[in-house]
Ligand binder design. Structure first.
Ligand SMILES: Nc1ncnc2c1ncn2[C@@H]1O[C@H](COP(=O)(O)OP(=O)(O)OP(=O)(O)O)[C@@H](O)[C@H]1O
Length: 354
């Protein structure tokens, strides 16, 4: 875990562009790597993203989707192969150096023998005008200030990293899977601290695997899969677009193929003797089953946002690039008939009009 600790400028002249509502603009960014067999693949593929001032954006995607690569390019730690990144209207490095951006990343370490307070004070001394006591309060660490870092739990250490990210009083906080490995109580405490900060107007973008964190905390969800945008919009828009129902029944394979071809079916699977349909409109699929097939033992079940997320990022392992990734989620995909892998991303109406 590494915290970006940069001296910040006491005065922040606002350029016309920076004064606008866009904090970050990623335009058609591409990053290619070689996989374990030496073949090139795009870890981030033609990604367009705009983060507006005051937004709290959840950046969702399965393992290996390209979240960290995108965040590294957003912060200027990695150069895109093509495309452009602008933070506050300028190059990302400039925004990071000026202290306008604070980040909690996945790599780096803390010194176990220092106390929480000594750590924040020490790194605070690198930031002219920083207020370590305020950062400690804002990260919810007041009661832990005298504890040695080595004696803090994983969740408490994450809040310490959050305090360090707050030192330059950033306008934009970027958190890469900040609660990975925390238990439920620690995650709740962490988000309470971040939420307080967001309420003051700080723009926040956080990468996460936890769909419920996006649901409870973000006002916008950006979902990527294999480096491509698959959904972008308010939590309610994305939820409405990707939640649906599963209809399952016993029927013949010929009937199942006919149902799977319906525009109201997103995908279909076979589980034992049952055919399961992931439906955009379960009512019309039910009508189809009742009127046009011999379907028996019909069941209709709601999908959770979690299931919808798994469905939207569901694919086979054809393009597994090196790292041991967890794309399978333990589900039966041998008979996946219907999913349209090149479909348009789910977008907020607001976005689509742009
Ligand atoms: N330096 C590298 N060289 C080669 N491949 C890389 C490199 N860094 C990342 N990758 C690959 O690029 C893809 C995207 O990785 P990235 O870490 O951005 O995904 P992620 O969404 O952050 O995943 P996770 O949730 O597991 O952290 C993965 O297939 C990964 O193995």
């Amino acid at each position: 875990m590494e915290i970006l600790v940069m001296a910040h400028a006491p005065h922040r002249p606002e350029s016309r562009e920076a004064a606008s509502s866009e904090v970050a603009v990623l335009s058609k960014i591409v990053k290619r790597y070689a996989d374990t067999k030496g073949a090139e693949f795009a870890a981030v593929n033609d990604l367009d993203l705009r983060i507006r001032r005051g937004e709290v954006v959840a950046f969702l995607g399965p393992n290996g989707a390209g979240k960290t690569t995108t965040i590294d390019m957003l912060l200027g730690l990695l150069a895109p192969d093509s495309g452009e990144v602008r933070l506050f209207g300028g190059p990302p490095q400039q925004a990071v150096r000026s202290g306008r951006v604070g980040a909690v990343l996945q790599t780096g370490g803390l010194l176990p023998d220092l106390t929480v307070q000594a750590t924040v004070r020490m790194l605070g001394s690198l930031h002219p005008g920083a207020d370590p006591e305020r950062a400690i309060r804002r990260a919810g660490l007041t009661a832990l200030r005298r504890r040695r870092v080595g004696e803090c739990s994983g969740g408490e250490q994450q809040r310490l990293r959050f305090a360090l990210a707050l030192l330059p009083e950033p306008e934009f906080l970027v958190l890469d899977e900040p609660t990975a490995g925390m238990d439920v109580a620690a995650r709740r405490e962490f988000w309470a601290a971040v939420r307080q900060d967001a309420a003051r107007g700080t723009t926040v973008m956080f990468a996460t695997h936890y769909v419920e964190e996006a649901e409870h905390f973000a006002d916008r969800v950006v979902m990527i899969d294999r480096g491509r945008l698959v959904a972008d919009g308010s939590v309610s828009t994305v939820r409405a677009a990707i939640t649906g129902r599963t209809v399952s029944a016993r029927m013949t394979a010929v009937e199942a193929a006919m149902v799977a071809a319906s525009p109201d079916v997103r995908s279909s699977t076979v589980r034992g003797d049952r055919h399961c349909f992931d439906c955009a409109d379960s009512d019309s699929v039910l009508r189809l089953l009742l009127h046009r097939t011999s379907a028996a033992e019909i069941e209709v079940a709601p999908r959770s946002l979690e299931e919808a997320f798994l469905a939207i990022t569901d694919h086979d392992h054809d393009h597994d690039h090196g790292r041991d990734r967890d794309h399978d989620h333990g589900r039966d995909r041998d008979h996946d008939h219907g999913r349209d892998r090149d479909r348009e991303p789910v977008r907020d109406v607001r976005e689509a009009r742009r």
